[in-house]
Design a protein around this ligand. Sequence first.
Ligand SMILES: C[S@@+](CC[C@H](N)C(=O)[O-])C[C@H]1O[C@@H](n2cnc3c(N)ncnc32)[C@H](O)[C@@H]1O
Length: 205
Amino acid sequence: VAQTTSGLRSLLSNPLVYDAFQSVMGASRGRRFFVDEVIRPGKGARILDIGCGTADILGFLPPGVEYWGYDISPEYIESARSRFGSRGVFQCGNLEVTGLAALPPMDAVLGIGVLHHLEDEEAIRFFRLGKEALAPGGRVITIDPVFAAGQNPLAKYLISHDRGRNVREAEGYRRLASEVLPTVRGTVRHTRWIPYTHWIMECFS
Ligand SMILES: C[S@@+](CC[C@H](N)C(=O)[O-])C[C@H]1O[C@@H](n2cnc3c(N)ncnc32)[C@H](O)[C@@H]1O
């Protein structure tokens, strides 16, 4: 995992600091948009969140959604368990294809802010895993910071100082997804408070 963990950015390993930082960055509005406009979960949808962090997104998903979250950080998983209890299943570790046997087919596999932490090979493994996990008609959905022409200079500055060391241009993310999934729809989203630029992909098998 390519991640900067030195200096001030090491504080973000703490779940409370991470959630507070996300809140300052306007994450709630972003998560609301992401759930309502991109995930659009149907009644009783099954969702697998790879690199779920503190599983903050679960607070924005409607009741009845079945949720599984995986993350390599024990602190984040502990925080998710204490906040959400039995609303989801939270597991610490690297999810492998063999682990999918224990899970039902998923309507959506999420990678929220994860790809930019992964080297190309790991990112391709993420998409392979996602593809295996999907129910017919399901989607792998990702969102990450992106370098884009014309983006606000402050957005570019913030993104270039992200902990994740693999922020890419849109085509870089798209190429990785397309190695595994035949149909990839992508959108650049600019936000004004605080200036930031995201790349969102919906991938279908
Ligand atoms: C920027 S955080 C995003 C967390 C969460 N998805 C959110 O929306 O707040 C990236 C997360 O990916 C996790 N991560 C990185 N590599 C991973 C891997 N190979 N498997 C599972 N989680 C991973 C990190 O521990 C971290 O929690």
